[in-house]
Design a binder for this molecule. Structure first.
Ligand code: ATP
Ligand code: MG
Ligand code: ZN
Length: 458
């Protein structure tokens, strides 16, 4: 209803979050409900001069059997850890967006990938709209980059970038960052949604028509979304995010969307002066600073992509100073926390009405799997009672509204990781028992509901 035909307008107010247009300024976007997201931009008639004809290679519908797939090969990015998030390597003609907070390591990771490809003799063009070639070189020297067929190009104008890419026809292109490249065809500022969309569309066409993989670095806004997020995420093949914050020495890169592999897959690196180095044993890293016998500290096993990972959930329950109790979760879904607290109160008669509840997943990882429910509840109950939970147990299981513990997927894989990390006991849903090929020295306890959990831990 707010979509006024663009051709009739000189300017339009465009939502920088979702791209919706309105003919007057509004405090809140009518489409995506974002506040204060509308910015006045010059409207451009949709059917403007454009030589690109879409993504079809032959310009007509092609018979299924005649579509070629032999060029959809993957090449290594120089890091097995990064290859895994990409779904097994870099796919020809793919457009990959890498988002993250300022200073978290986007340029570092992309320069490392560029250098690894160049080292193998493939030409790579690294376009930077934010740093000079000299700055890039300095970073490269610190990372131990050997030039070879790596080309650096400081440029912000889209047309010049595309011209250079067509001239050089590299085997890999890095654009750092998508928000700093702009087209003078549009009068709106670099980074605005029209610009970012145009730049992405042009690079998408370049990637698909030439079969060249293109990586885009993207800034995130205050809410942690990519600037112009939805519009961008739909256009690209793969979306990768640096998760957590940069106050940890390790960096987590997660695939939130991937047309060439599993979403949810993640890579864990350590940031060093020589660049990002893969972490060999993530469970070990996340449990390294775990306090022993501290109330509220519980270990869960979450499947991140294809890898099981042991994580520590910490909860602090403390008497609320004000009428309205606080529920704060870092690394855990806020709504899920409220839901689980309600279940715990109702089923186990633990009164949290006058208590603040603070939950933190140690290490900066976000736990998205519901199998962390059981551990979270154990952690809340433990902190509430001031009694530690057995340090050598790991808790797995989704909890339903009736307080029932629901079966989880991939239990043999998780149990193996638990045994590998030297734990003595796995507390799991009874629906998953017995487990085939369970490690002999691991005690396995099956639970049906929360009452059994309370009996077990206290
Ligand atoms: N000498 C060094 N030793 C260790 N780490 C370093 C060193 N120099 C820089 N770093 C790390 O590299 C990070 C900067 O990485 P990078 O420039 O790749 O981030 P970015 O995501 O591209 O940032 P921006 O959003 O500013 O482009 C710093 O935050 C720091 O953690
Ligand atoms: Mg950068
Ligand atoms: Zn919007």
């Amino acid at each position: 209803m707010f979509d006024v035909p663009m051709s009739k307008l000189k300017t339009a107010f465009v939502c920088q979050q979702c791209g919706a247009t309105a003919n007057k300024w509004l405090g809140r976007c009518p489409d995506c409900d974002a506040w204060n997201s509308l910015v006045e931009e010059t409207a451009v008639a949709p059917g403007r001069d454009r030589s690109r004809s879409g993504l079809a290679t032959s310009g007509r519908p092609t018979r299924y059997e005649e579509v070629r797939t032999d060029d959809a090969v993957r090449v290594g990015s120089g890091s097995l850890e990064f290859d895994r998030v990409l779904g097994g390597g870099i796919v020809a003609g793919s457009l990959v967006l890498l988002g993250g907070d300022p200073g978290i390591g986007k340029s570092t990771l992309l320069l490392q990938v560029a250098a690894a490809r160049a080292k193998e003799g493939f030409s790579v063009v690294y376009v930077s709209g934010e740093e000079s070639e000299r700055q890039l070189r300095l970073r490269g020297d610190r990372l131990g980059v050997e030039g070879g067929s790596l080309f650096l190009y400081s440029e912000t104008e889209l047309e010049r970038v595309i011209d250079a890419l067509r001239r050089e026809s590299p085997a890999l292109v890095i654009i750092d960052s998508v928000q700093t490249i702009y087209s003078p065809k549009f009068s709106s500022a670099p980074g605005s949604i029209s610009q970012v969309r145009e730049v992405t569309a042009e690079l998408l066409y370049f990637a698909k028509s030439t079969g060249t993989p293109v990586f885009l670095a993207g800034h995130v806004n205050k809410e942690g979304n990519l600037a112009g997020p939805k519009a961008l995420e739909h256009m690209v093949d793969t979306v990768l995010y640096f998760e957590g914050d940069r106050h940890h020495a390790h960096r987590i890169v997660r695939a939130t969307k991937n047309r060439y592999g599993a979403a949810g897959e993640l890579a864990i690196f350590e940031m060093t002066s020589r660049g990002l180095i893969p972490v060999e044993n993530p469970s070990g890293l996340f449990l390294s600073e775990r306090p022993r016998n501290a109330p509220g500290s519980v270990v869960v096993c979450s499947l991140e992509g294809t890898r099981p990972m042991l994580l520590e959930i910490q909860t602090l329950v403390s008497t609320s100073g004000f009428g309205y109790p606080r529920r704060v979760a870092v690394g855990f879904d806020q709504n899920r926390l409220s839901l689980l607290l309600a279940v715990l109160e109702k089923r186990e008669k633990i009164s949290l009405a006058g208590e603040d509840v603070y939950v933190n997943v140690a290490g900066g990882l976000n736990v998205n799997e519901p199998v962390a429910d059981l551990g979270l509840i154990a952690s809340v109950a433990s902190s509430f009672r001031g009694q530690p939970v057995d340090t050598d147990s790991v808790f797995i299981g989704e909890v339903g509204l009736a307080g029932e513990v629901r079966a989880a997927q991939q239990m043999p894989l998780r149990v193996k990781e638990i045994a590998r990390m030297g734990f003595e006991r796995a507390v799991i849903p009874s629906g998953n028992c017995p487990i085939e090929d369970a490690p002999a020295d691991l005690q396995i306890v099956g639970l049906r509901n929360l009452s059994e959990l309370m009996e077990l831990i206290f």
